[in-house]
Ligand binder design. Structure first.
Ligand SMILES: *[C@@H]1O[C@H](CO)[C@@H](O)[C@H](O)[C@H]1NC(C)=O
Ligand SMILES: *[C@@H]1O[C@H](CO)[C@@H](O)[C@H](O)[C@H]1NC(C)=O
Ligand SMILES: *[C@@H]1O[C@H](CO)[C@@H](O)[C@H](O)[C@H]1NC(C)=O
Ligand SMILES: *[C@@H]1O[C@H](CO)[C@@H](O)[C@H](O)[C@H]1NC(C)=O
Ligand SMILES: *[C@@H]1O[C@H](CO)[C@@H](O)[C@H](O)[C@H]1NC(C)=O
Ligand SMILES: *[C@@H]1O[C@H](CO)[C@@H](O)[C@H](O)[C@H]1NC(C)=O
Ligand SMILES: *[C@@H]1O[C@H](CO)[C@@H](O)[C@H](O)[C@H]1NC(C)=O
Ligand SMILES: *[C@@H]1O[C@H](CO)[C@@H](O)[C@H](O)[C@H]1NC(C)=O
Ligand SMILES: *[C@@H]1O[C@H](CO)[C@@H](O)[C@H](O)[C@H]1NC(C)=O
Length: 653
């Protein structure tokens, strides 16, 4: 019925068309037909009809006037194109917009209930299309604005978020494809909660969270506090929560797009020289940004493998799944909460705060009162400052499982996680520091002994302290390895040496592994074992073999590596049949690869390592014959400022 009224009304309007000069305003009773455009006063944006990609269908939209690559930032009705060039946009005198097609049927309309004396439609230089009363350009009185109904693009000044008062919920939705503006399944908006955060959705599942705004930056993006191109703004005052950004250099064109093709949120800026959009940053940024990758009560780390680790006092809920790198089921408490004042908290630092869906916020409470508050409610699992500026202020409480945390090498924030009194008692302060992650991952006393031993020996040459805290490699249990190697079957044996044997294995995830099983009376003693584990766990380079974990169980000591299908270099070079397989250019690439690996060890790694046993049998080749240096049993760390170091024993090659 409504539409009929509007239509009848529209028919009675006087038509006016054919702008000869670029204008940015249209008055009531005027219209814009296909072929005509509005241009914002500064000449930045243009409104008109366009056809996406190679299509002939027409849509009403807004794009950058001076960007030769047609870049549309807004589309009126994304799901209904006009099939010919008969589209007309009209300003109805009551204060609404109507888009009509050839048959004079409404393709799109605004439904503002506000009324105006003299409605005008204006395209602002921000890219915002606004309908307002003539003579009144206060944003609060706009009858309607395109910034309230974004498409796939966030422009400076556009507010993503919600406003309880006007019941607006502004979010971005990707185009289905570059030539189909209709809504795709990739969306980006602000989740409604007491401590709101931006969430990217892929279909109906959460894909990435920004983490809540902590006064300085998004908790999940430490770098967001200091972006040279844009500055972020975040408002949350109960009735309204939104995020917007402003550009430092007003003459730069900057936009954020949710891209269905790449499944990324992409912030880019127009580059005049290359005449193209340059990506400034994109979300998700890394693997740990994947929502809930590690399940509950765990943290994701990008600089260690595997990515996921249970928090202190928690263990994998399903160890088998966890060990085969399916972390989604997360971790469970080792000791259940007492749910009384006896409970305590363990502080975790440099963290991305967990999902804030079930939170409670009080911006004026102190951290101490926050703690008390949390203890009072049995379902409160964590607390933290809501604002970390200065010494920190405000209080946020979490209820229920804590999901999607990560730990940054720097720049994260503190969170206090509720633990049973028993758990706190079993971690006396000093001991906790010392044993740290080693205990958390339940490395047996055997290894600890070895590590301590190793440390006393390396200490002189080592600049970087606290190695103990860094031995943080995943532990495989003996059953997993036994199954993977068919109980160390002879047919799985792929190598043997003084130290023991190497077996090929298959994890239940189909991942192929190489298991170095040290014979109990091997030449590689406990010392070398700890040495190798500690060292290689901290070294990552594509020309070094990567350690997946170790296994210390019932007197067995094993190292688990990625499997190298082409075995070692000596199998080629010193084998009559195989040596012809390695052409000269291939050998040259291998040499370069080894050199890169050594350069990394000697110079570029944090540790500065001398391998001391470099030989062809320790150069492994992956499926593409890329070389990877292995066997760090004899390697030694020396200080970054040292040119030479002495050894007490003569060993290796
Ligand atoms: C559009 O047409 C051009 C030239 O005919 C073609 O190369 C391109 O693949 C087409 N794009 C799409 C999305 O179909
Ligand atoms: C417009 O009217 C013509 C003729 O009645 C009809 O064939 C066509 O489907 C209509 N188009 C739309 C978009 O309704
Ligand atoms: C856009 O078009 C669809 C499909 O015809 C229609 O259902 C919807 O109401 C239109 N949207 C607006 C805002 O007019
Ligand atoms: C007004 O239109 C918007 C879409 O443009 C729609 O989301 C909203 O529900 C409509 N409001 C009313 C009161 O019809
Ligand atoms: C909600 O909006 C109305 C008018 O739009 C205003 O009078 C009222 O004060 C607003 N309420 C809040 C809590 O902002
Ligand atoms: C919330 O913030 C908005 C924007 O700053 C402001 O207009 C509004 O009045 C605030 N509402 C309350 C209840 O403080
Ligand atoms: C701002 O951006 C424009 C266009 O990219 C550039 O020409 C100008 O030098 C920039 N100004 C500053 C202060 O960086
Ligand atoms: C999405 O990404 C693809 C591939 O990088 C690119 O070609 C396309 O232009 C992007 N879409 C938008 C809307 O930026
Ligand atoms: C604890 O917090 C939850 C979630 O806010 C709430 O539903 C519950 O009523 C609270 N319980 C007590 C005893 O305050």
């Amino acid at each position: 019925m409504d539409i009929l009224c509007i239509l009848l009304f529209a028919e009675s309007l006087i038509w006016f068309s054919g702008f000869s000069v670029a204008v940015d305003t249209v008055y009531a009773s005027q219209s814009i037909s296909d072929g005509e455009t509005l241009v914002s006063s500064g000449g930045t944006f243009e409104l008109g009809f366009f056809s996406p990609g190679n299509l002939t269908d027409r849509y009403l939209g807004i794009w950058y006037k001076n960007v030769p690559v047609r870049t549309v930032v807004w589309v009126a009705n994304r799901s209904q194109p006009i099939h010919d060039s008969s589209g007309t946009l009209m300003v109805v005198s009551t204060g609404n917009l109507v888009l009509l097609n050839q048959n004079r049927s409404v393709v799109w309309s605004t439904n503002s209930t506000k009324r105006a004396q003299t409605p005008v439609l204006q395209l602002l230089d921000s890219g915002n299309l606004v309908l307002r009363d003539d003579g009144n350009d206060s944003p609060d009185t706009y009858l309607w604005q395109s910034f309230d109904y974004p498409s796939d693009t966030l422009l400076p000044g556009l507010k993503i978020g919600w406003d309880a008062n006007s019941s607006l919920e502004r979010h971005l939705t990707s185009w289905k494809s570059p030539d189909d503006p209709s809504p795709g399944d990739f969306t980006w908006g602000m989740e409604r909660s007491n401590y709101p955060e931006l969430v990217v959705w892929k279909g109906s599942s959460k894909y990435v969270r920004s983490g809540p705004w902590n006064g300085l930056r998004f908790s999940g993006a430490p770098q967001s506090g200091s972006n040279p191109v844009i500055s972020y703004e975040f408002i949350n005052n109960g009735t309204e929560a939104y995020h917007t950004f402003t550009v430092e250099n007003k003459s730069e064109l900057v936009r954020l797009v949710v891209n269905q093709t790449t499944y990324r949120g992409e912030l880019s800026t127009w580059n005049e020289d290359s005449q193209s959009w340059m990506l400034i940053l994109s979300v998700p940024k890394d693997y740990c940004d994947n929502y809930g990758l590690c399940g509950a009560y765990s943290k994701c780390l990008t600089d260690k493998l595997p990515y996921c680790q249970c928090l202190k006092g928690f263990s994998p809920r399903y160890p088998d799944k966890w060990n085969s790198n399916d972390w989604s089921q997360g971790c469970a408490r080792d000791k259940l909460l007492g749910c009384n004042d006896g409970d305590g908290f363990i502080k975790h630092t440099q963290m991305k705060l967990p999902a804030t869906t079930n939170t409670w916020l009080d911006g004026s409470l102190s951290l101490k009162d926050c703690r008390t508050r949390c203890l009072k409610n049995c379902s409160c699992t964590a607390y933290s400052n809501s604002d970390i500026r200065g010494k920190g202020s405000g209080c946020v409480l979490w209820f229920g499982d804590l999901i999607d945390m990560r730990q940054f090498p720097s720049g994260g924030q503190d969170i206090y996680i509720r633990m049973s009194a028993l758990e706190i008692d079993s971690f006396p302060i000093e001991k906790r520091k010392l044993v740290a992650t080693a205990v958390a991952s339940a490395i047996s006393g055997l290894l600890l002994l070895g590590i301590t031993l190793g440390i006393t020996i390396w200490k002189r040459g080592m600049k970087i302290g606290g190695l103990r805290n860094d031995i943080d490699v995943p532990l495989f249990d003996l059953n997993t390895i036994t199954v993977a190697t068919n109980n160390f079957a002879q047919r799985n044996l792929i190598g043997a040496g003084g130290f023991g044997s190497v077996y090929k294995g298959n994890l239940s995830t189909d991942q192929e592994i190489a298991v170095k099983r040290l014979s109990k009376d091997s030449g590689q003693g406990l010392e070398e074992f700890s040495n190798e584990v500690a060292l290689i766990a901290r070294l990552q380079h594509r020309n070094l073999v990567s350690l997946l974990g170790c296994c210390i169980d019932r007197g067995e000591r094993m190292l688990i590596y990625e499997y190298m299908p082409n075995k070692s270099l000596n199998n080629f070079i010193f084998d009559h049949d195989n040596r012809i397989l390695l052409a000269w250019d291939r050998r040259f690439e291998i040499i370069i690869g080894i050199a890169r690996g050594i350069l990394y060890l000697h110079q570029d790694s944090k540790l500065q390592v001398v391998h001391r046993d470099l030989k062809t049998s320790n150069i492994l080749l992956d499926a593409n014959l890329n070389p990877k240096i292995s066997d760090f049993g004899l390697a030694r760390i020396f200080g970054g400022d040292k040119k030479e170091a002495r050894t007490r024993r003569i060993i290796g090659t």
